[in-house]
Design a protein around this ligand. Sequence first.
Ligand code: SF4
Length: 252
Amino acid sequence: MLAASRPLGRRLCSVLAAPVFDQRLSLTYVKAGDYRLPLDFGMSIQRSSCLEVPGGVVSYILHGNCYLNITNRCTLRCSFCPKFNGAWDVQGNALRLRREPTADEILDAVGDPRSYREIVFCGLGEPTLRLYTSLEIASRLRARGGRVRINTDGLANMVYGRDVTPDLEDNIDALSISLNAQNEILYNRYCRPKLAGAYHSLLDFARRAYDFVPDVTLTAIDGLPGVDIDACASIAAGIGVKFRRRVLDEVG
Ligand code: SF4
């Protein structure tokens, strides 16, 4: 159940966004070390807002979506990740968590899920490391009319040691899975997985998830040296899922 009242100490903040917006590509970036990392797609933004509990910013609103920052833990150590480049702020939202929020805190941070185009599990961490908390939240949000997407590294089957994709059925509307490279060598160079075999595991995860989630997309960042976007798109096509190109701009 949702908490009837706001937890003590929670803070609603609204900040002027300072996005790097490429009008030609209709893409918005967050600067990450030497790179510019696209945060999301297709819509310019004027403002972002965030909801903070005592442990840190749990939700932030961009592009009409509500993004959820539920963990800072990751199975990858991506070279382009803001947190590995000394930056924990994403478009004015400080996403470093002092503790992981509870399911009720996360639900409370969303409010009315029908207010957003999508609720997206996407913070500075891998949401499937809290898979069953995520699914509980997703189920409750969908029951109240929300559309839910998880942005993931696609390594949950490795982490849990079994195929978890059937558990996504009827809980998740969309999955966005970071492919990031057309081969394992490049993937390992940029994503620096902690677990051996990660690249093949994420591809297998995408194949399996296709059976249980209606909208599955692989993504790759255009602009990382050696990454062949067309080859990445072909991999997605071969699996039968969508592909989305993210763009890595040059440092201006
Ligand atoms: S998976 Fe995301 S949060 Fe984790 S290291 Fe990579 S870019 Fe950063």
